[in-house]
Design a protein around this ligand. Structure first.
Ligand SMILES: C[S@@+](CC[C@H](N)C(=O)[O-])C[C@H]1O[C@@H](n2cnc3c(N)ncnc32)[C@H](O)[C@@H]1O
Length: 407
């Protein structure tokens, strides 16, 4: 083990590179918290790093470069719009989720080769490092991040091959920004709030509509006067006695709260694009019954089987093809006898009923008839409307094969 705290950037960069080149694991200061690094193409080193921190091998890690130009050169498949966004955000305390059509850095991708996590921090001691590294925080899986070397578990400090001391670090982990759709439609999303504020990210990437957790209820009650009625109708259509629920678009937890009250023995997995909305939901819902995950409806759904999949006021953000695809995937994660309940804004039969204000390119409602058709195409039985008023409707549909929960 060698300490490099007082060395010049050239010598600590060289020591760091030498360590990684021979398959070692380095403990180093990022611009946020302490991290562990190894050669991302050396399976032995990657497995050792994961074992040291007791991280499951199917979990992804970020690939870190210490120079933006080197990162851009290593990912030639990325489109011009994404590259420009990267150049605006980096270097800095953000982790970017990028499309990975070339399947690069497979050992860092966990189970999903289509996504690459990228970091380019500002690290004075390592400015001369020319090679990418696989990096993960210097803690045991699930434990707090290390702001000082002394916060890194002693076991890790002793097991690594080199320790670079960067003194006391800011301590707030990077913000995780999803840019996987940025090339196609300019949309982006902060999936984990962190060191870089939402406004700073928005300043670099451009304005797009985002729900603000603090003003969400005020906005909804102003724009959707029947908001609470719709939520109650979704809960009512969900039957009774579900034990495993998947909710799509949990937001601040309004729908989840009602579903959990109605299905007293249920555990709920809630997904939503917005880590900020979910952070509010986490404070509102009974922790032991809820698991919240920042992911898009377009991504693979959490593994089932679920007795109930429910969603309120979220699916209308998808276009027609994405809705049809979602319904097929929902069908696949439902157990025999399971139910799908969808409460949302729709395109009403009478245009005069279109009262809910819509944001272009963000709200994409479809008609009830189209959605019932896609549910049927997906293999659901008896898709029907349980409630409707103006341009709001609740649809329910079932999977055949035996009543899992009472109605
Ligand atoms: C109007 S809120 C509904 C939240 C909650 N179900 C309720 O009724 O209060 C819509 C939510 O959908 C989320 N959302 C929008 N598009 C999404 C997508 N493609 N994948 C996952 N969540 C999405 C937004 O972040 C937001 O939290």
């Amino acid at each position: 083990m060698s300490g490099a705290g007082t060395d010049s950037p050239a010598s600590s960069s060289a020591a760091f590179e030498r360590c990684l080149a021979v398959g070692g694991v380095a403990l180093f200061p990022a611009d946020t918290v302490y991290g562990l690094a190894c050669d991302p193409s050396n399976r032995f080193a990657v497995e050792r790093l994961y074992r040291l921190k007791r991280r499951r091998l199917d979990k992804p890690s970020a690939v870190m470069f210490f120079d933006v130009e080197l990162a851009l050169a290593a990912l030639p498949e990325l489109g011009a719009r994404t590259r420009e966004a990267m150049a605006r955000l980096l270097p800095g305390a953000v982790s970017l989720l990028l499309p990975n059509p070339g399947g690069r850095f497979p050992l860092a991708c966990g189970g999903d080769l289509s996504t690459l996590g990228l970091r380019v921090p500002r690290v004075p001691a390592l400015t001369e490092v020319r090679w990418p590294v696989l990096q993960s925080s210097a803690n045991l899986a699930g434990a707090p991040d290390a702001r000082r070397l002394a916060d890194v578990p002693e076991r890790l400090r002793r097991a690594v091959d080199i320790v670079i001391d960067g003194g006391e670090l800011p301590g707030t982990p990077s913000s995780v920004v999803d840019l996987r759709r940025y090339e196609d439609d300019g949309s982006w999303n902060v999936v984990r709030p962190g060191a870089v504020s939402h406004d700073q990210v928005a300043g670099a990437l451009g304005w797009q509509f985002h729900f603000e957790p603090a003003t969400y209820m005020e906005l909804m009650r102003a724009e959707v006067p029947l908001f609470d009625r719709l939520q109650d109708e979704v809960a009512a259509a969900s039957g009774r006695g579900a034990r495993r629920i998947l909710e799509l678009g949990t937001g601040t937890g309004e729908t989840a709260r009602r579903l959990l009250a109605r299905h007293e023995d249920a555990a709920l997995i809630g997904i939503d694009l917005s880590g900020r909305m979910l952070a509010t939901a986490a404070g509102e819902l009974a922790q032991e019954r809820v698991q919240l995950e920042a992911r898009a409806l377009e991504d693979p759904l959490p593994a089932g089987p679920f007795d109930l999949v429910a969603s309120a006021l979220c699916v209308h953000h998808l276009d027609a093809a994405a809705k049809a695809s979602l319904f097929r995937r929902v069908r696949e994660v439902l157990a025999p006898g399971g139910r799908f309940v969808l409460g949302d804004v729709v395109v009403p039969a009478d245009p005069a009923d279109a009262q809910t204000p819509l944001t272009p390119d963000y709200d994409r409602p479809s008609s009830v008839a189209d959605q019932l058709g896609w549910l049927e195409d997906a293999g659901f039985l008896g898709a029907h409307v349980t409630w409707s008023a103006g341009d709001l409707a609740v649809l329910a549909a079932e999977v055949g094969g035996g009543g899992r929960h009472d109605r």
